[in-house]
Design a protein around this ligand. Sequence first.
Ligand code: SD4
Length: 290
Amino acid sequence: MPIILGTWKEPGQAAVETAAAAYQQGKSMTECLEAGLARCEDDPEFIAIGRGSLPNSDGELELDASIMDGRDLNCGAVCAMRGILPAITVARWVKDKTPHVMLAGDQARRFAIENGLQPQNLMTAESVRLYEEWKTDPSRLQEYVHTVHDTVTMLGRDDDGHFVAASSTSGWSYKKPGRVGDSPIVGAGIYADDEAGAAGATGLGEELWKAVVSFRTVQNMRAGMTAQQACEESINQMVRRQPKARETSCVVLATGKDGSWGAACTTGTFHLWVHKDGQTTVQEYTGIVD
Ligand code: SD4
């Protein structure tokens, strides 16, 4: 039976259920996580990732996405890509069709178009309305108010013990144009290695990146920790070393070779969707500093 994990209460459920259904149809774990994320990117009802999510301070959506295959450490990512969906598919194409790990900005968009995707306006009436409202007080630019969850990070382990990690995000809402967070950075936002397990992150990208938290968590499992212990160790270290990580939600999730899974966060409440033994359930975590 596979294990599939997905972040945050609202988009996470649709992502995990889509991926689990794809697995039942015989798709590979890479295809399953791509399908889960692409479904959430496309849905304007989720003010989270892709269409209808929250833009940068210019009112433009810049998407980041990444995917990593634990079998051979092959990975692909895009960052600061405008007007293209699904960003996760473009990340997978970078992995499968190029010798590179990441394409950025306009050139990621160009690569997507060359491979058959149509550029489109991803803002909706609602995301424009929220942006206009935000613009009345741009002093909020420095804030990271984690009220909307702008990332879905997914981990999967198939029946053969093969791990995949993937993430898609519109990033920090109202971010500085060109800002890239942890989600498309292999080692920060995602990591998968069949020798040890998979881990992923969500929350304040700058802090998660400084901790290289996904790689660190996989290394913890390599050293013998369960997935839960590995996540807690990484989050404890962030709390100890990074003052900002104590103030804003930083989350890591993991699944290990022993079939264990877990998550931990610095502060706030985090919901993780878990598909295991054919059942999909949601787990709630509270921050270790709360
Ligand atoms: C970022 N880590 O761009 C992402 C944001 C996030 O739920 O996870 N939001 O910093």
